[in-house]
Design a protein around this ligand. Structure first.
Ligand SMILES: *Cc1c(COP(=O)(O)O)cnc(C)c1O
Length: 370
């Protein structure tokens, strides 16, 4: 369906063929074992046991796969997807390049579990310079990076990885497949947390891995079946239902971020403003070339933890919450989670409220927190 626009592709993603009397999106199928053909056994049906087989999950995977442009496996969470990629590709003695400024539990996993398994992790800043990939087995990029919002050139780094014989994976959580398609840019793997903007309703955890390589798909499928990190049928169905509005939600979130950024840029009490869609932002040039739309996530510094707390207490529309990409505007002081950021650094995730309401609320809350 790549000839269609984003709204059409989102609304129709993964829908089964129309059958009179059947729903548009079949409800969740809850099954551990399925009935087997007594004579033929599991070969008679695609559904034998719920860990490898579930029709609700397969429809979601078809939907995400149509947006990412690759065969897709859904996982129980974004972290389950990241660790599936790391553990199914890396072996003792291997070297992996990871973002120095990306989702911080990935760094923790590298310095604990991966180190214990004899895998060497090299941490590289998303904004560059990229290290030499010689002898590297896997490069993981995260662009835009969470929470700093730096951006890297996926196509250029994919070419470098290929020349060095390394696999390249891209964490596409912040961008979503409507923002960029890493597989089109030369990545071997696109992965993401579907907990964030992809599903956008702050009511489920989900991850996925997409690839065009039959070998990687086979090893990831076997990894998931044996480790069991699958999403439940209800979460898979909720996620699929949420995908139909992806284009609408992202468009409003991005427009709201542009309005909020314009207001924040006027304020001397807000420093370190970051948004890849803002001319002059260090990420603007690469993001404009590479991305089809800019996420609704904004970074800035209010100088201290107490000022952030006063800002959040004074706001009526900005919820204090971690995660991002939801339909409700939220803000998180990342340092409180142990992320390596300044105490006053805020990651603001714009929801789908009216821009004028959001700008007025944030302006008043900042005034009150002064
Ligand atoms: C949240 C996040 C993850 C982990 O996803 P969960 O669904 O919370 O497990 C991975 N990568 C990035 C960039 C994230 O923001």
């Amino acid at each position: 369906m790549t000839e269609y626009g984003d709204g059409t592709r989102s609304a129709h993603a993964g829908l089964p063929p129309a059958v009179p009397g059947e729903p548009f999106l079949p409800g969740p199928v809850f099954a551990a074992p399925y009935h087997l053909d007594p004579a033929v056994g599991p070969a008679a049906s695609p559904n034998g046991y719920g860990r490898p087989d579930n029709q609700t999950r397969r429809l979601l995977e078809a939907a995400i796969g149509s947006l990412e442009g690759g065969s897709t496996l859904a996982f129980a969470s974004g972290q389950a997807a990241v660790t599936a990629v790391l553990l199914s590709t890396l072996r003792p003695g291997d070297t992996v390049v990871l973002p120095a400024d990306g989702y911080y539990p990935v760094r923790g996993f590298a310095t604990s579990t991966l180190a214990e398994l004899g895998v060497t992790a090299v941490f590289a800043p998303t904004a560059g310079p990229a290290p030499d990939y010689t002898g590297v087995r896997l490069v993981l990029l995260e662009t835009p990076a969470n929470p700093g919002l730096d951006v890297c050139d996926v196509a250029a780094l994919a070419a470098r990885a290929r020349a060095a014989g390394a696999l390249l994976a891209v964490d596409n959580t912040a961008a979503t497949p409507l923002g960029q398609r890493p597989l089109d840019l030369g990545a071997d793997i696109a992965l993401a947390s579907g907990t964030k903007a992809l599903t956008g309703h702050s009511d489920l955890l989900l991850g996925y891995v997409a690839t065009r390589s039959p070998e990687l798909l086979a090893s990831l499928t076997s990894w998931r079946a044996t480790t069991g990190s699958i999403p439940g049928a209800f979460d898979a169905w909720l996620a699929h239902r949420s995908l139909f509005t992806l284009d609408l939600r992202l468009a409003r979130q991005s427009a709201n971020a542009a309005a909020v950024v314009a207001a924040l840029a006027e304020r001397p009490d807000v420093t370190g403003l970051r948004w890849p869609g803002r001319p002059g932002d260090p990420a603007f040039e690469v993001a404009s070339r590479q991305m089809r739309r800019i996420p609704g996530v904004v970074g800035f510094d209010l100088g201290s933890a107490s000022r952030v707390a006063r800002f959040l207490a004074a706001s009526r529309l900005v919820a204090a919450a971690t995660s991002f990409g939801g339909v409700h505007t939220s803000a998180d002081r990342r340092e409180q989670w142990g992320d390596d950021t300044a105490p006053g650094f805020v990651r603001l995730s714009c929801g789908i409220e009216d821009a004028a309401d959001l700008v007025a609320d944030i302006t008043a809350a900042l005034d009150a927190a002064a």
